[in-house]
Design a protein around this ligand. Sequence first.
Ligand code: BGC
Length: 369
Amino acid sequence: MKKILFAATAVMAVAALGLTGCSSDNGRGSETGTDEAASGFSADSLIGVALPDKTSENWVLAGSLFEEGLADAGFEGDVQYAGASNAVADQQQQISTMVTNGAKVIIVGAKDGAQLGTQVADAKAAGAIVIAYDRLILNTDDVDYYVAFDNFKVGQLQGQALLDGMAAKFPDKTTYNVELFSGSSDDSNSAVFFDGAMDVLQPKIDDGTLKIVSGQTEISQTATDGWKPENAQRRMDTLMQGTYQAEAVDGVLSPNDTLARAIITSVKDAGQAELPVVTGQDSEAASIPLIMSGDQYSTIYKDTRALVKEAIAMASALQAGDEPTVNDTESYDNGNKIVPADLLTPVIVTKDNAAEAYAENPDLLALTK
Ligand code: BGC
């Protein structure tokens, strides 16, 4: 069963798009793409990879994995990161250069998914295939495929973890004080994560189980500009100093690990006796020990190795003139079209299942010891 939760309102902020990818059926490889495949290109072609700034470990890791993986697949890889300042313009320029250099496939982890229309149009005009990686590219016909973890599912898992964590940590409570954080509004994933979480949390807000003491429940109020931890920390500091003088915060929905750590620091600095249940995402090295110690309740495992491999497999299929694997042709409406997607399944991780979840990833597994 799949559903589309996309409201095609052409508003400025991506956050306000209500863009939602939702799939409860992650059957892998059961369908093939509906988009026209390329007729094939030479096996040593240039493949461009344009990644955003390094706001979390997964992006850092993706760069080296793409370099190795593309070389192993026989391609000439060109992997670029947008710089920390001027990232949008940087990325636009990098994609243009890839087009000029004759890249046959351009894989894009967008800095701002709504600001690449011109560049991907040029790529298509030059005959390149455009694959959105991890973050969807919005408001354009010129994106061929999307490869990502199921972002809506990520949000649902975070919402459920928040409820489960609070029930376990505060067995005597029947209502909980909660605050909500979301990601950067220029990242198309942010609204999808948030919508997924609210899919689980909203009924509990409505029935009074969850009290959002600040009253800040709109994504515009919860957003964290640039996914920067200092911005999350500043907002949490303000909440602790204002809203949580007299009562404790029991749970915080954090969209990723970087922000979770900032939120935990803020609550510690404020001197609250017992830490709230805090969610996360990405299984970052700095957060896994916090999960094991109980300071951070949960994270999400999205194996970057698998996602990069999947994106490169798409390029290889296209090179061979085959249709790449697509398992979702309903969920990801980018405002112009539904982009055929290859979605991988995210895994929720808490102290209880960390060893099992990371069993195939020695680096992460070591951090659970
Ligand atoms: C990714 C997350 C990441 C965030 C910040 C999102 O688009 O899906 O894994 O935490 O960007 O880098």
